[in-house]
Design a protein around this ligand. Sequence first.
Ligand code: TYD
Length: 207
Amino acid sequence: MRGVFLSLEGGEGAGKSTQAKRLAEALEARGVHVVLTREPGGTEGAEAIRGLLMQGAVNRWSAHSETLLFAAARADHVEKLIRPAVEAGSWVLCDRYVDSTRAYQGAQHIDDAAILALHGFGSKGLLPDRTLVLDLPDGAGHARSIARDGGAADRFGARGPDFHAAVAAQFRRIAEAEPDRVRLIDASGSMDDVTTSLMDALADLLP
Ligand code: TYD
């Protein structure tokens, strides 16, 4: 039996990586086998591309080059890890996926239709069965991530608050346009509350 493909999305400082682990544990407790993975990365080749993307000066890559690198990393990840695991019956939980490209590179004026066309070519257009977007009021997440990382941000965290507000707006637009697949989750509550909201948004998929 086919498994389920989930992605978890959101801006910086929304607690996404912590929630990914908590959600994986909550799903395992319901008896499903979970493969937790992340983007950019997840396979050897995609992790090598991650190094290129995350390190260096903010202007190391143009928005166009960056979009291609994310799509290349994703193609490898889908082919070698995500698709085989879902076909083998696992639940794959991916920390960021194509909606991150639509939000982050979209916020740099890369056309959404072009991103989806590249996704069609690289990853045969594979979309998650459900995408959960952790949403915080504008500014709150960026402030949290600066407090956490002490200013030692990567190429993306190093951008200003206007960029992060544009990213959050892109995620909200995607959620509004694709309500069956994409659910906005309020990330401002306690860790337990957020995990409960994530599980509630998967109720119809659970065994
Ligand atoms: P990561 O350290 O995984 O950050 P986070 O904890 O916020 O998930 O870094 C991933 C960064 O790459 C993050 O700033 C978002 C960015 N990104 C894109 O710009 N486009 C993409 O397609 C993906 C997957 C990530």
